[in-house]
Design a protein around this ligand. Structure first.
Ligand SMILES: [Cu+2]
Length: 163
């Protein structure tokens, strides 16, 4: 009887050790990853007749940009950024549709944005991307990466340990 109790206790101790080892390994590697990889930021752009909103988009220099472009107007539009060396633009976006535009990292400076449909830029569909240090700090975090599955696992393990 007593040996049986002892065996159970040893088993519980081993389980506890394994859990402790797992817990120690987790947070350490997690911290390293969070510091190294910054979450990619994206910028919402709305197209209408005949305007690009926001007219000025502030971005940090030196990192690739993603623009989420929605056509909120009633005619096809495009969104283009003149990066200096060339023009990066979306295909024509139909009314009510949206697309994304990937723009390579920009140096500090200002860059013209426009709709490339003939006549639209002249009608007012122009804007500016301003790239400068400090832009886009404290960005919103819509993804909410909180590791819910990890939490659930921990709770289950604790329940087992109390037995
Ligand atoms: Cu347009």
């Amino acid at each position: 009887m007593s040996t049986r109790v002892r065996a159970t206790a040893i088993g519980a101790a081993i389980v506890a050790l394994l859990l402790t080892a797992a817990a120690c390994g987790g947070p350490g590697s997690g911290d390293a990853g969070a510091e190294g990889a910054e979450a990619a930021k994206s910028y919402d752009v709305s197209l209408t007749e005949f305007a690009i909103s926001p007219g000025e988009i502030d971005v940090p220099p030196g990192e690739p940009l993603t623009f989420v472009v929605s056509n909120d107007g009633t005619a096809p539009h495009t969104f283009a950024v003149e990066t200096g060396s060339d023009t990066v633009e979306t295909p024509q976006i139909q009314p009510g549709e949206s697309t994304t535009l990937e723009v390579p990292a920009l140096e500090t400076g200002h860059y013209k944005t426009l709709c490339t449909v003939p006549g639209h830029a002249d009608a007012g569909m122009t804007g500016m991307v301003m790239a400068f240090e400090g832009a886009g700090e404290a960005p919103p975090n819509p993804t909410g990466v909180t590791g819910m599955s990890g939490m659930a696992g921990a709770t289950g393990s604790q329940g087992a340990m109390t037995l």
